[in-house]
Design a protein around this ligand. Structure first.
Ligand code: F6P
Length: 460
């Protein structure tokens, strides 16, 4: 049986047990343990001088191999091209995207470096699975270095519309690199459609049918693989929380207050400013809920060396303060804004304690918080998911109340509808979402991708 080689910018460490790592990391670790293999990527450390060889940690049949980045690589590859160019561009924030030839060169160089350090660790019949926008050119670099094993790439973020993609000066070079893989997976039909549009109308490639595309002299299989969560594990954790596991403070939620919960990395793509303003509109237009409903927003800081992330943090703090000053009372704070991380079990506690899960990104590849909120609900008295139409999850979770996050009145009305929703309707919507999530959990996602990769190379 072929081994699996996973490559991603961040590597879930061997020591990250089920309690600590997220569902995606656990699913990949489980596959690695079963098939044997390598997880390769950045160590998370920034050093003065690049080391010659990756740091290796052997855990049973799995080799964890990580490379440090120099300060220059970290600034130009990670903060620069990955997070100041591709991230905003792929999330339709042209206003925030910065373009620099220097950063693109560095991005390509880090990908070349990763390829050269990964190659000696490969065996002949390995399957190579590369993840996300940091590492698009890795496959092309591996092929240049003579690697012939099947290679797949999964994009966790959206793939933007052609008109947005072509704003990137190096767009053709980047998409050419993407086409060096045997399999390219996207989260949703929208992303796949955007990619095919680019291939046909910008790259002069062709759609050959049966999921095959021919472009830049390569044939690749393109498909959607919407990421799921480990539903059973979430349900189990939720039951434990229900029985009193976790922090004692979580169990003293005031019974006379209804919670609406949001959990997001502090990222401008998550639509947090618009979310606060929608909640403000809700308090304006539905005064009966003043004093009775609290928005609990958890937003741990992220990528804080990138200026746009520092800006969003300041803006959000200002908005929370303004809205709380406007509507708050001595015994009620409308927005409980918590800019820090919580443990997994605490998050499940927050999900369970909240009548509404408010997930309103302006653009999101999938959004697993939406799915986790649903899976953590009490099956006899589930809450309501209010979900942005621009999250990939909205394509699957038809039981959610779908909103446009730019439309504050629409979000405010959806909150009021959710708060008044009958138990019958809540149950119907929740069961529909659970059925979809059980049928397409993270194991199904992982195994579908690996099976498709096993079929490579694909020929027209
Ligand atoms: O959701 C996209 C993603 O880049 C993940 O791959 C990553 O784990 C997460 O955001 C956090 O971002 P970062 O790795 O930049 O801290």
């Amino acid at each position: 049986m072929s081994r699996l080689v996973v490559v991603s910018n961040r590597v879930a460490k061997a020591t990250d047990g089920k309690g600590r790592a997220g569902g995606l990391a656990v699913a990949l670790q489980d596959a690695l343990k079963k098939l044997g293999g390598v997880w390769f990527g950045w160590s998370g450390s920034v050093v003065a001088k690049q080391q010659d060889k990756p740091e290796i940690v052997q855990a049973g049949p799995v080799t964890y191999a990580t490379l440090d980045l120099t300060r220059k690589q970290y600034n130009e590859y990670y903060n620069g091209f990955a997070n100041r160019t591709l991230w905003p561009l792929f999330h339709y924030r042209l206003d925030l995207a910065a373009f620099s030839q220097q950063n693109y060169s560095s991005y390509r160089e880090v990908n070349t470096l990763f390829a050269s350090k990964l190659k000696p660790l490969l065996k002949n019949d390995d399957l190579i699975w590369v993840h996300d926008y940091h590492l698009i050119p890795l496959g092309e670099e591996l092929r240049r270095a003579g690697v012939t094993q099947p290679m797949g790439f999964f994009l966790h973020t959206p793939f933007p519309a052609m008109e947005v993609m072509t704003v990137l000066p190096s767009n053709l070079d980047l998409v050419r690199a993407l086409c060096a893989y045997d399999v390219v997976g996207f989260q949703t039909e929208n992303d796949l459609r955007a990619f095919l549009d680019y291939i046909v109308n910008e790259a002069g490639g062709g759609i050959m049918g049966n999921h095959l595309v021919h472009a830049f002299g390569n044939t690749l299989r393109v498909e959607i693989f919407p990421i799921g969560i480990d539903v059973e594990e979430l349900e189990k954790t939720a039951q434990e929380v229900g029985r009193g596991k976790g922090s004692r403070r979580m169990r003293i939620k005031p019974s006379n207050r209804t919670w609406i919960v949001g959990v997001d990395r502090l990222d401008y793509s998550k639509g947090l400013v618009q979310r606060f303003q929608s909640f403000e509109r809700f308090l304006e237009s539905h005064p009966a809920y003043r004093g009775a409903v609290t928005l609990v927003q958890i937003a741990p800081p992220s990528r804080s060396e990138v200026i746009e992330y520092r800006d969003i943090r300041h803006t959000l703090e200002g908005e929370a303060g303004r809205i709380n000053g406007r509507f708050g009372e001595f015994d009620w704070v409308p927005i409980n804004y918590l800019s820090k991380s919580y443990t997994r079990i605490e998050l499940v506690g927050f999900y369970q304690a909240s009548r509404i899960g408010l997930v309103t990104p302006l653009r999101d590849g999938m959004n697993l918080v939406a799915k986790e909120y649903v899976a953590a609900q009490n099956p006899e008295d589930p809450g309501v998911l209010v979900l942005s139409r621009f999250a990939g999850a909205a394509r699957e979770l038809e039981g959610a109340l779908t909103v446009n996050p730019y439309d504050a009145d629409g979000v405010a009305d959806a909150l009021a509808i959710a708060l008044k929703m009958t138990i019958e309707e809540r149950l119907e919507r929740w069961n529909a979402m659970m059925d979809v999530m059980r049928a397409n959990n993270v194991t199904v996602w992982r195994d579908n991708f690996i099976e498709t990769l096993r079929g490579a190379p694909y020929e027209v």
